[in-house]
Design a protein around this ligand. Structure first.
Ligand code: LLP
Length: 431
């Protein structure tokens, strides 16, 4: 199986985190997001333990809430000692509402409005990751008016290609995020930050991409970032106290995808950083990373019920389900691959189907060309694996569909963490 939390019982029934998937579908309805709480905790610990081992208390992994943000997941990552990368007032509010320590929240984003900035400063959010010079001045103004000194990290673009898909490449010089080093703008940005009397420069941030499998990309990032830290030190006498190298480790969506050994990778990145700091006579900065996908992706599964099966002889077979691009837009947006399984039984006879959604457009395909039992029919359950990251968080109400419920699985229990949206919810904001 793709991941060791996905198993089959002797009778062929698919289990996730030890629970029968058809039984969960029966109990909670479909479409249904499932999340394996123990797996989320396990994934957090891969980071917290490796960070502690490499850096002692001088490092913190932040959970990137954009991958999946709702109150219960925030409680889980908080109890595992993670900090938080939050990208909007909504994500900040979610975190604060469950008592997440504000000093461990890092506020991201390239388009923060004055209102966002006012809100975050008023809530005493620990750090702003400032994306650009206009935002820098806006944060400085707002901090001054609230008579506060706001801690900031500056987001710079290291000019590194992480070799991932275009929509999530954020490392190269021409992307919309951060200020490029190559053009000299990042240096000027830092000088500007030092002139802002209501800001406290704490360090630098970069993020080169997501779903990254290139094993040495973070070592390359460290090379570029430490060179820049050395330049700031020599030319401005400035100490970079914190270094945040973003998120991005890839996860396995298919059996053929590579497994990334996260503790091993972190160990190697840490040694590289220590070595570089020694070479460049820099003090070791407080080290941060922001994993999202690698914390939650393999903790998730989506369960659907087949509504109809359409066979067009000589052309194509479709299995049409009760969800689709509204709960998982990732194939439509990125051509993202997924492993798709029949949850009710194993079969010796397969056919190839496009797994299609219920939305009114031909492009609503969850996954093309998947192998399913040849006799699949209305009422059967389909599981799409590894949907924990960027599925719930990117879901929409397209076609006025309510978003699925999200159910957490523990060792011997299951509970609703986000309830299913009803038709009343869907029109609850209409006048
Ligand atoms: N830090 C920053 C600044 C980011 O922009 C991201 C992701 C992360 C951390 C977390 O990266 P991760 O560890 O999850 O790869 N919707 C796309 C992914 C967008 C990623 C956006 N930024 C998808 O579904 O593949």
């Amino acid at each position: 199986m793709l991941s060791d939390n996905i198993t089959r019982r002797a009778d062929g029934v698919l289990c996730f985190a030890g629970h029968s998937v058809p039984d969960l579908a029966e109990k909670y309805g479909t479409p249904l997001y499932l999340m394996d709480e123990e797996r989320i905790r396990h994934n957090c610990r891969l980071y917290t333990k490796a960070f502690k081992q490499a850096f002692g208390e001088n490092a913190l992994p932040l959970y990137a809430g954009k991958a999946a943000s709702f109150k219960q997941i925030i409680r889980v990552v908080m109890s595992e000692g993670m900090g938080l990368d939050a990208v909007s007032p909504g994500e900040i509010h979610t975190a604060l509402s469950v008592g997440f320590p504000e000093e461990k929240i890092f506020f991201h984003g390239d388009g923060k409005t004055d209102e966002d900035i006012r809100y975050a400063i008023s809530k005493n959010i620990g750090y702003f990751i400032v994306d650009n010079p206009e935002e820098l001045l806006a944060v400085n103004r707002e901090a001054a008016s609230q008579k506060k000194k706001q801690k900031v990290l500056l987001r710079v673009t290291p000019g590194i290609d992480p070799h991932t898909y275009k929509a999530v490449n954020t490392g190269t010089v021409d992307v919309k995020f951060g200020v490029p080093m190559e053009t000299g703008q990042a240096f000027a940005f830092t000088e500007e930050a030092l002139r802002c009397s209501s800001l406290e420069f704490c360090g630098l941030h970069c993020h080169v991409g997501s779903e990254v499998f290139d094993e040495t990309v973070f070592e390359d990032v460290i090379d570029v970032m430490t060179d820049f830290m050395a330049e700031l030190s020599v030319k401005l006498g400035l100490k970079t106290r914190m270094l945040n190298v973003g998120g991005g480790y890839g996860v396995r969506y298919l059996d053929t995808d590579k497994h990334i050994d996260i503790p091993e990778r972190i160990g190697s990145v840490a040694s590289h950083l220590k070595e570089r700091c020694k070479q460049l006579s820099l003090e070791l900065p407080f080290f941060l990373m922001e994993p999202g996908r690698s914390i939650v992706a393999d903790a998730g599964m989506t369960v659907y019920t087949v509504s109809s099966v359409k066979r067009i002889p000589g052309y194509k077979y479709y299995a049409i389900v009760d969800g689709g691009m509204a709960d998982n837009p990732r194939y439509c947006l990125y051509g993202a691959p997924y492993t798709v399984l029949c949850a009710d039984r194993e079969s010796r006879f397969f056919a190839v189907f496009d797994l299609a959604g219920r939305c009114c457009e031909s492009g609503d395909i969850v996954q093309p060309s998947v192998k399913l039992p040849v006799d699949i029919s209305r009422g059967d359950h389909i599981a799409v694996c590894t949907t924990g990251a960027y599925n719930y968080s990117m879901a929409s109400n397209y076609n006025r569909l309510g978003r699925p419920a999200l159910v957490m699985l523990t060792d011997n229990d299951s509970y609703t963490a986000v309830r299913r949206e009803t038709v009343e919810d869907v029109c609850s904001l209409d006048i």
